[in-house]
Design a protein. Structure first.
Lengths: 195, 195
DNA sequence: GCCGTGGTTTTGTGATCACATACCGTATGA
DNA sequence: TCATACGGTATGTGATCACAAAACCACGGC
């Protein structure tokens, strides 16, 4: 429920109401409120003064900060996943990569975003670091709406070259290369957004 | 309310009940539940199957992971705070440091922990990076109960030498030195816990 | 003496309600 | 014509209730 709400298909600045969400999902106010508050607790929603709730639209400083967070956390996760990455994982990553290419050619930003995150999560799951992954997903959640909105604006056409570099580094067991590839993949996309 | 609960004065493994907490704080189940769920969402509480809620007692792997997270996030925060650190801040840090020394001499683990975190937070507030600070506090929250319990077991007597190194690096404007000092301060304490 | 099974109690969940408050539209006056 | 004040509506908050499930305890059987 909350996952679908915040996965990116909600424009930043949208106002949410407890009763509205309750009606939409066929539940009462109590579970809706709980979901809202939980998302607000991890920064995915901003609850304005007097509890009014909206999806946040982030300032450029905030985007830069969250991008730095990704650039800090994700290389570490990738590095931890590297020793445990075997062929089956790499194959799955390549399949996901193909799906990403399809989403790009279809100009479907929400599918692109979702599959892109699936690529990263699939890799990071191997890191056996649940707390670190949870924190990273928190960051994704906060970036979700703005990223989706901005990807919708600028027409991406280039294929996911960075992902290919990541897979290559994974195959070669090249730890510094992997860190660098992940970092550039993460920061490059977000640098375009603020710039 | 939730801050006081998780600030460290709760042994890991304690079971919380909604109605119990409600009675303790003079409120009904609804706000108590909300607080519980919020804390559970950020990993400060583990809600077992069927919603039973306890304070988590962390495995050594988990402690190591959270320590790595601190070692990743906090040097970055300190580095960002460095250009904005002026004399008044350093003075305040030194005052807090004195309070820490008092807590150590009194063998009061919860006061030690609280003041120690106040030291770090005071520094990191200058970084102007709210999301990063929020994530770091999440990590603190998760570590809270175990750290308190373990600090109670081992009798610390050494004064906070690392904090003095941090302040010195801050004064000198030495960015790599600051990063290193923060990293060792953070990881050293936690290395003793698992070891 | 120990283990399984029954009932009782506790606990979490979701719904509904009453109340305070914030927001919005309108009307009136300068 | 614009600003301000007032009233109605909608919204969040906290409380209470009914229900289901899980835990606990005791009793009986092997």
């Amino acid at each position: 429920m909350r996952v679908r709400i915040m996965h990116g298909e909600l424009a930043p600045g949208t106002a949410l109401t407890l009763r509205g969400l309750g009606r939409e999902f066929g539940v009462s106010m109590t579970p809706a409120r709980e979901a809202i508050r939980r998302l607000a607790a991890e920064g995915a929603l901003t609850l304005s003064s007097s509890g009014r709730v909206t999806t946040p639209d982030l300032s450029n400083d905030r985007i830069e900060e969250l991008a730095a967070l990704r650039g800090l956390l994700e290389p570490e996760l990738a590095s931890r996943a590297l020793p445990r990455a075997h062929i089956a994982l790499i194959d799955r990553l390549q399949v996901i990569n193909q799906t990403i290419a399809e989403a790009i050619s279809k100009q479907d930003p929400v599918a692109y975003l979702r599959t892109n995150l699936e690529f990263h999560r699939t890799l990071y799951l191997r890191a056996q670091a649940p707390a670190m992954l949870a924190l990273t997903e928190t960051v994704w959640l906060q970036l979700g709406p703005t990223m989706c909105a901005l990807y919708g604006r600028l027409r991406r056409t280039e294929p996911p070259q960075n992902h290919r570099t990541i897979i290559a580094a994974l195959r070669a067991g090249d730890e510094p290369g992997l860190r660098l590839a992940v970092r550039t993949d993460v920061t490059q996309g977000l640098k375009m957004l603020v710039g």
